[in-house]
Design a protein around this ligand. Structure first.
Ligand SMILES: Cc1cc2nc3c(=O)[nH]c(=O)nc-3n(C[C@H](O)[C@H](O)[C@H](O)COP(=O)(O)OP(=O)(O)OC[C@H]3O[C@@H](n4cnc5c(N)ncnc54)[C@H](O)[C@@H]3O)c2cc1C
Length: 418
């Protein structure tokens, strides 16, 4: 018997019912673990995170859920960025290194339900109730509370070998252990609702609009559009006291948003989110691990959240199957690398450099140099928007080079997100 198989845990408790939890449950069952998952249904009427990237499609296929997801989703062939009234860029996903040429915009409650049903079907025990944890004194270990364990009705005869926190922004285990985390610099607030319609340049595209202050998204869903905005928190009170007043006020008065959503009718209450970047300083301990948003998240401008969370579940499943501290260290290293890479790209969006570079390419498109370089550059930027950037050192290297040397005499401040 190898050292790995001797150390291999047999039982895993996963806390959380979102995409990271469901993915991990399916993979661990396939790897031979006994898995229980606790899912506290979300209280909110809407769940944020509705636009997927092409890099997620191979993951949906591996989980065996793509056909189901396609039935209730909108096909997403690309992404459009409206920077100013006369400046927009649209990217159509290209088939690059095996990536599909599309993704989906998904009603999230259906998507999460599909994953949970697949986890159940695979053989995980799913409990539709909140789980609670306690910290073991003087150790780095956590345990299910007696009530949570009892609720399994004997599915687990004792404490599980591993407890995985996938509670998203609730961060059950980090809060219990007082784990620290690194937060981002921006203090923005997102307001988000569904509306009956909004202007779209391209069917199915996720549209990102640079607003007078902040930015907004439009995600076409079946029969409606998800319309959200991310703005500096101090900019909101001028539009009213409630999230609804602030949301409606911005739709009517922001000069960019008014053009594309001024006539939209809101169909739902408005959800409010704060905090845009957070990375846990530890992602595993003696008998626990963190996955998905609980481990870390970045600003959502490039729709990377579900990909990061579900890809993270693949990395964690591999580490738990190996069962060694080295494997868990590798999980943490890779997760940090992906988060950091995305964070760097997000910063190029906010400081205006990303689209200044495209503007230069557009203005000089008749010059030989741009004719030679731009198609190549566009192809690799396609990889960035398709979600594969954090796996491609070459695309990222090219992006860094372009951000440093490709702006010519243009001032990135002009396209900065304020
Ligand atoms: C404004 C905004 C826009 C975004 N847009 C996108 C986008 O377009 N595309 C994209 O890919 N990502 C987007 N994201 C990110 C995306 O929403 C998250 O990355 C993703 O939902 C994380 O998945 P998760 O499984 O880690 O956590 P979650 O989806 O948050 O799931 C955690 C689950 O755990 C449950 N839970 C909590 N406590 C307990 C407990 N004690 N017991 C049992 N269950 C519990 C919760 O109810 C919840 O269902 C966006 C995020 C924000 C804030």
């Amino acid at each position: 018997m190898t050292r790995h198989s001797l150390n291999r845990p047999q039982t895993v408790a996963i806390i959380g019912g979102g995409p990271a939890a469901g993915t991990l449950a399916i993979l661990l069952i396939r790897a031979g673990f006994r898995v229980a998952l606790w899912h506290k249904p979300k209280a909110a009427t809407l769940i944020v995170g509705e636009s997927l990237v092409p890099a997620l499609i191979p993951i949906l296929r591996q989980l065996g859920i793509e056909d189901e997801v396609r039935k209730y989703s909108v096909l997403k062939p690309g992404a459009t960025f409206n920077l100013a009234p006369d400046l927009s860029f649209s990217f159509f996903f290209e088939a690059l290194h095996g990536l599909p040429r599309y993704a989906y915009n998904v009603p999230r409650e259906k998507f999460d339900a599909t994953l949970l049903a697949a986890a159940r079907k695979a053989g995980a025990a799913v409990f539709e109730s909140p789980a609670q944890l306690t910290a073991e004194a003087h150790t780095d270990r956590v345990a299910l509370t007696p009530e949570t364990l009892a609720a399994t009705n004997g599915y687990f005869s004792g404490q599980p070998d591993w407890i995985v926190d996938a509670t998203g922004r609730f961060r059950l285990l980090p809060n219990l252990l007082g784990l620290s985390s690194q937060e981002g610099k921006r203090k923005d607030t997102a307001l988000f609702a569904h509306v009956d319609h909004a202007h779209l340049d391209h069917e199915g595209h996720v549209h990102t609009t640079r607003m007078d202050r902040g930015w907004s998204w439009r995600i076409p869903l079946p029969g409606r559009v998800s319309l959200g905005m991310v703005v500096p928190s101090e900019h909101l009170p001028q539009w009213g006291a409630t999230p609804e007043d602030q949301y409606d006020g911005l739709c009517q008065h922001d000069s960019q948003l008014r053009r594309v959503a001024g006539h939209s009718r809101r169909l739902t209450p408005v959800m409010k989110y704060t905090s845009y970047q957070l990375v846990s300083e530890r992602m595993f301990g003696a008998n626990w691990a963190l996955v998905g948003d609980t481990a870390g998240f970045v600003d959502p401008v490039f729709s990377s959240g579900l990909f990061l969370g579900m890809n993270g579940a693949f990395l964690l499943a591999r580490a738990l199957a190996k069962g060694s501290p080295e494997a868990l260290q590798q999980y943490e290293r890779e997760s940090r690398h992906h988060l950091q890479t995305w964070q760097n790209i997000v910063e190029y969006w906010y400081n205006g450099r990303l689209f200044t570079c495209f503007k230069v390419g557009q203005k000089r498109r008749d010059t030989l140099l741009v004719k030679l370089i731009f198609p190549h550059m566009n192809k690799h930027m396609g990889r960035v928007f398709a979600g594969a950037a954090s796996h491609s050192a070459y695309s990222i290297g090219l992006l860094r080079f372009a951000m440093k040397y490709g702006l010519e005499d243009e001032n990135p401040e002009d396209l900065k997100v304020r």
